[in-house]
Design a protein around this ligand. Structure first.
Ligand SMILES: [Zn+2]
Ligand SMILES: [Zn+2]
Length: 236
């Protein structure tokens, strides 16, 4: 409520704007939306249009297929993408959520094989420190826009995994082993469902891959991933 009493501001730079839930006229065109052609597996944009045909995978997805079936990102994790993610992480339940969620929802518009949305969970200790899970905020907003149910309880984080930064691919997946689990009740609700997993950023894909493997083991038919921003590097 309080949000709507305050003058609307750009979620990226704080500039005064006309309506809530938007970016200013300078920031909006500065974003790097991800459009076709991109890898059908991980959403990595291909550099040259001529490179790709429909349903084509990038080299990394051929060599080491990720745990999820497909992934999409709304924008590249460049300076502005990063700024918006930081606003989301540090700005509480603030104004960035509807802007980011709208871009995410349009990145998966037209995909019919989704019937349940799940956020990537935070470890309880981290949740306590941060007070909210930014992926859950995005999941709820995307769920509202797409008219899909959000399941915030089935997938849990058992291990607070340290930063993945400097680790190699093998070490990252070892680091993630056992980090996520599905609750007993969750197994019932996931059975036979086409799940859409939501996170704010995709860097190596190790987190979302680990979640997807656990969800599939628990009975999910397919797992797609939707993030706000992704780095322009192959996953894995
Ligand atoms: Zn702005
Ligand atoms: Zn790929």
């Amino acid at each position: 409520m309080v949000d709507f009493l305050l003058p609307p501001r750009c979620a990226a730079c704080g500039e005064r704007i006309h309506d809530h839930g938007h970016l200013c006229a300078t920031c909006w065109p500065a974003l790097s939306p991800i459009a076709q052609p991109f890898c059908e597996g991980c959403g990595l944009p291909f550099e040259h249009a001529g490179e790709a045909e429909d349903g084509m995978l990038c080299g990394a997805c051929y060599a080491n297929p990720p745990g999820f079936d497909w992934a999409r990102a709304a924008v590249l994790y460049d300076d502005l993408g990063k700024k918006l993610v930081l606003t989301l992480k540090h700005g509480g339940e603030g104004a960035a959520v509807p802007v980011l969620a709208r871009m995410m929802a349009s990145a998966v518009a037209g995909r019919d094989a989704v019937d349940l949305i799940l956020p990537v969970p935070l470890h309880p200790r981290r949740l306590l420190k941060r007070r909210f899970n930014q992926s859950l905020l995005l999941a709820e907003a995307v769920g509202r826009q797409a008219g899909l149910q959000v399941d915030r309880f089935s997938l849990v984080r058992r291990k607070a995994t340290p930063s993945q930064g400097p680790l190699g691919r093998k070490a990252r997946s070892a680091n993630m082993a056992g980090a996520f689990a599905v609750t007993e009740k969750g197994k019932e609700s996931l059975k036979g469902r086409h799940v859409l997993l939501i996170d704010d950023v995709m860097t190596t894909g190790a987190t979302t891959s680990a979640c997807a493997r656990v969800l599939k083991r628990a009975g999910a038919l397919s797992v797609g991933v939707l993030v706000f921003a992704r780095v322009a590097q192959p996953v894995g």
